[in-house]
Ligand binder design. Structure first.
Ligand code: SIN
Ligand code: CO
Length: 361
């Protein structure tokens, strides 16, 4: 993190020795047929690039003998326990920054062309080989009129062939091009970063939505208003009053932090939880793999909702958020109030007793 995160690329040979792909080729093809899973097919035919969005039934995919195509499946961690587990190995970065695990399958020569991404990425080779070329982004110009973003003047500076277990980290906006050397599979561990304008707008919106109109809120007063001969001009004191009114809406750091946590913990689009089984008393608790749980000094946030927690309960709940797991012995010590919350969250399908999660998720 000190030397490379958001600063410079890093190639780690055998970061995951003996790694197995988290999904088989066939499972990946089945996922491509699911309308609730984001998939893309990129193909190069006679030098022409094509890109199509899924879903695809199996016969819409080229055969595995056809060279130079790639299938990309987003958010595999939401559906496949092994992919969720692999993604969780990257929790040395805060959850608020972690996005998803994408899996790409490619036949020989397949890839998405030289491009750059706006976010950090770890590219982990899980099957077969891929040749990566990377370089600084000296020129962001794209080839016009293509269905995907391909750099017009890619200048590679380094080149490596990655084998299963090897991993390449790239900070945002590094130009890169990965081409399959034979059939291969690559996992992209992707991150998210709020856009300043967007987080500002989202948090403000939430603050306003949660705001009760204050009954005795101050009325604008202007005892020093002189008689005017420019009656259409808005008084500058009214402009000042407005500035102060807006500042008041956002003056509570706790309310801001609360709105931020609720926003960050919103489940991914298309995630719907099914009603869960009651927690079993003698069993440990695990978070559902689709649950987003975060906390700050005052609150815990789970799937877009905020709760205040203090004392021993806060410790337990933070433990659950950090480990996504709570041993039975620990939650046995929670207050009645906290147990009730846990029971509600389990009923919402957000967490399960260990052993139950595989069947319900
Ligand atoms: C791929 O896996 O083919 C593309 C990943 C990337 O370049 O970000
Ligand atoms: Co990329």
């Amino acid at each position: 993190m000190r030397r490379h995160w958001q600063k410079k690329p890093l190639l780690i040979r055998q970061a995951f020795p003996g790694i197995e792909p988290p999904v088989s080729r066939n499972d990946l093809f089945s996922m491509a047929a699911d309308e609730y899973i984001e998939s893309r097919l990129v193909q190069q035919k006679a030098g022409e690039w094509t890109m199509r969005q899924g879903p695809f039934v199996k016969r819409q995919l080229p055969t595995v003998k056809t060279p130079a195509w790639t299938l990309l499946i987003q958010g595999v961690d939401l559906h496949v326990p092994a992919a969720h587990e692999l993604l969780s190995r990257f929790r040395f970065v805060p959850d608020a920054r972690l996005d998803d695990l994408m899996v790409s399958y490619a036949t020989d020569g397949g890839g998405v062309g030289p491009h750059f991404d706006s976010y950090d990425v770890f590219l982990l080779q899980v099957q077969g080989k891929r040749r990566w070329r990377i370089g600084h982004m000296n020129d962001a110009a794209l080839i016009p009129d293509l269905p995907l973003k391909i750099l017009a003047n890619f200048q590679p500076e380094e080149e490596w062939v990655l084998e299963p277990g090897d991993m390449l980290y790239l900070p945002p906006r590094w130009a890169h091009d990965g081409v399959a050397d034979g059939e291969c599979m690559t996992c992209s561990i992707g991150f998210r970063a709020p856009v300043r304008d967007e987080v500002g707008r989202e948090v403000l919106q939430r603050l306003l939505d949660g705001e009760e109109p204050v009954a005795n809120s101050a009325l604008y007063r202007d005892p020093s208003q002189p008689a005017t001969d420019t009656p259409a001009r808005i008084p500058s004191t009214l402009q000042e009053f407005t500035k102060e009114a807006v500042a008041r809406l956002v003056e509570s750091p706790k309310a801001l932090a609360c709105a931020l946590g609720e926003w960050l913990s919103e489940p991914k689009p298309l995630v719907a939880f099914d009603e869960g089984a009651p927690l079993r008393h003698e069993a440990d608790i695990v978070l559902d793999r689709r649950t987003r749980m975060l906390y700050d000094d005052e609150h815990v946030f789970i799937n877009g909702e905020s709760f205040r927690a203090g004392g021993q309960d806060a410790m337990l709940i933070r433990y659950l958020a950090d480990h996504r797991f709570l041993p039975a012995a620990q939650w046995g010590r929670a207050s009645d109030e906290a147990r009730e919350l846990l029971a509600e969250w389990a009923q919402a399908g957000w967490m399960h007793s260990t052993g139950d999660d595989e069947v319900t998720a």
